[in-house]
Design a protein around this ligand. Structure first.
Ligand SMILES: Cc1cc2nc3c(=O)[nH]c(=O)nc-3n(C[C@H](O)[C@H](O)[C@H](O)COP(=O)(O)OP(=O)(O)OC[C@H]3O[C@@H](n4cnc5c(N)ncnc54)[C@H](O)[C@@H]3O)c2cc1C
Length: 474
């Protein structure tokens, strides 16, 4: 007998015989709390979240996913889905429930002729780049190579190529999905089109994706990319000039602005280490010499402490921020979308950056717009395409004693900047307690998403996410 949490939050016992027969049927592996592999199987990127599921099914095949969905539904168990475990909200693990884990399903296959890439849901962005770059191809994804492709795609997917080629979801051609009733279906522009619409931004609300098919684009292997670092005393003028530069920039140019204490990077003078700086992280997705010309006005802003923009392997640039984003630290995020970055918004953010609660914490503006902004709002469930910037307040620290102070700082900055925000928000950057924000985050998509939930998951089996509740619930 084993104890589990039920969908309604109660508890139930599952006979050992049922777990044994699930385990015997699997191509993958079942991790139970009593087993030696259990603790490693439940680790999440965000060390703030430490959950103890009743069982973790490390799936070895699509059939394992269907078996586990059916098992969870028939026993009425709370279910979660683990892609690569990066989500800040930690919904990939569930206390007392059963977990579908994709830790062992990470294959990426590339058809170089059609530039189509098929990806299993346990793959990271680094796995995708490692398979595509040898063919001179890239799928638009995010900026940190250890992030999971599954969660990133289902929420939208923003990164260095979105202005040129659209969000990750804009490059999704099809997905195979296990639905709540255990069926396996394909969703694409010609099959189950409603589900395809919902998967592109609606998160893991409608089923378990077992395979993604993407359109890749020629890129690299080298791109023009790198960092320009400015001192904090110049921040007000640098941020204004940055905003004015990106307003006129072509789609090939993407520049994110990071405000933080300088890490001990070898190209920064020692006296700068640990002091607040403004970092402009830039990439040009195209011809190297055209990139030199396009980025020249950005490089001419003020008097930087360092400018290390130059040719870089794209796959390496995708890993540039990995050392600052290692797993195992405590993290708390708050996010807003902005149509533009006004002078008042800049001044408000800089006041808070002057009082960072920990040297690991940072605030960044992600530069959006371009191709991702030109896709019609109703083409996908994702909302926020009109926003040219997204801010993430990334509280990050090591010691649990700092939780209260760091979280309070994030919330205060979030509140102070709310008057400048559009109201829509990127669901992939929302923390665990933001459930009430889901409705506004999805803006005009929300009602259609609820109707889709009613059709594909009326019992809300898939609820460990930024949940779109079916209309029968509340
Ligand atoms: C350090 C860091 C950097 C990041 N950078 C970026 C970035 O540059 N751009 C960007 O867009 N985002 C970025 N993100 C956010 C990222 O997109 C989300 O955290 C995303 O959810 C991670 O996906 P995952 O598979 O690793 O997550 P997990 O935690 O494994 O899963 C998150 C949720 O996705 C759903 N899910 C996962 N797999 C499946 C599946 N196969 N089928 C159905 N539902 C599933 C589940 O609801 C699950 O709870 C970053 C996150 C981190 C921590």
């Amino acid at each position: 007998m084993a104890d589990f949490t039920t969908l309604d939050g109660g508890s139930t016992t599952v006979d050992a015989m049922h777990l044994d027969s699930l385990s015997a049927a699997l191509d993958g592996e079942l991790h139970l709390p009593s087993g030696p592999s259990y603790d490693a199987a439940r680790v999440l990127w965000n060390a703030m979240i430490d959950r103890r599921p009743g069982a973790i099914v490390e799936c070895g095949s699509e059939a394992d996913v269907a078996r586990t969905v059916t098992f969870a539904r028939e026993h009425g168990l709370l279910l979660s889905i683990f892609g690569a475990g990066h989500n800040i909200a930690g919904n990939a693990m569930v206390d007392g429930g059963i977990v579908i884990s994709f830790r062992s399903m990470k294959n990426v296959t590339v058809d170089a002729d059609s530039a189509r890439v098929t990806v299993q849901p346990g793959a990271t962005l680094g796995d995708v780049d490692a398979a595509t770059q040898p063919h001179g191809l890239a799928v638009p994804t995010g900026i940190n190579s250890t992030t999971g492709i599954a969660g990133l795609t289902l929420g939208g997917g923003i990164g260095w190529l979105g202005r040129k080629h659209g969000l990750t979801i804009d490059n999704l051609l099809s997905a195979r999905v296990v639905t709540a009733d255990g069926r396996v279906v394909t969703a694409s522009a010609t099959e189950n089109e409603d589900l395809f619409w919902g998967l592109r931004g609606g998160g893991g609300n409608f089923g378990v994706v077992t395979s993604f098919e993407f359109q890749a684009h020629p890129l690299g292997p080298e791109v023009l990319a790198g960092l320009i670092v400015h001192s904090f005393s110049d921040a007000p003028s640098v941020l204004r000039a940055y905003r004015d530069f990106v307003a006129e920039a072509p789609d090939e140019v993407t520049v994110w602005c990071v405000m933080r204490k300088a890490p001990p990077l070898p190209f920064l003078p020692e006296e700068v280490h640990g002091t607040e700086v403004v970092v402009l992280a830039a990439m040009y997705a195209g011809d190297m010499s055209e990139g030199e010309a396009a980025l020249a006005p950005l490089r001419a802003i003020g008097t930087p402490i360092a400018d290390v923009i130059g040719p870089s392997p794209f796959a390496g640039w995708q890993q540039a921020f990995d050392p600052l984003l290692t797993p195992g630290e405590r993290n708390y995020w708050k996010t807003h979308d902005f149509d533009t970055v006004t002078d008042d918004l800049i001044d408000t953010v800089l006041e808070f950056v002057a009082a960072l609660p920990d040297p690991q914490s940072e605030v960044f503006f992600a530069h959006l717009g371009g191709a991702q902004g030109r896709v019609p709002d109703d083409a996908t469930a994702y909302q926020g395409r009109s926003a040219d910037f997204l801010m993430n307040v990334h509280g990050r620290w090591s010691d649990a004693d700092q939780d209260e102070g760091c979280i309070a700082w994030c919330r205060s900055l979030f509140a102070a900047t709310a008057p400048f925000a559009t109201g829509e928000a990127y669901v992939n950057f929302m923390t665990e307690e933001e459930g009430e924000r889901v409705t506004s985050a999805y803006g005009s998509s929300y009602e259609r998403l609820v109707a889709l939930k009613d059709k594909y998951d009326p019992g809300n089996l898939f609820r460990m996410n930024q949940n779109i509740a079916p209309s029968t619930v509340g």
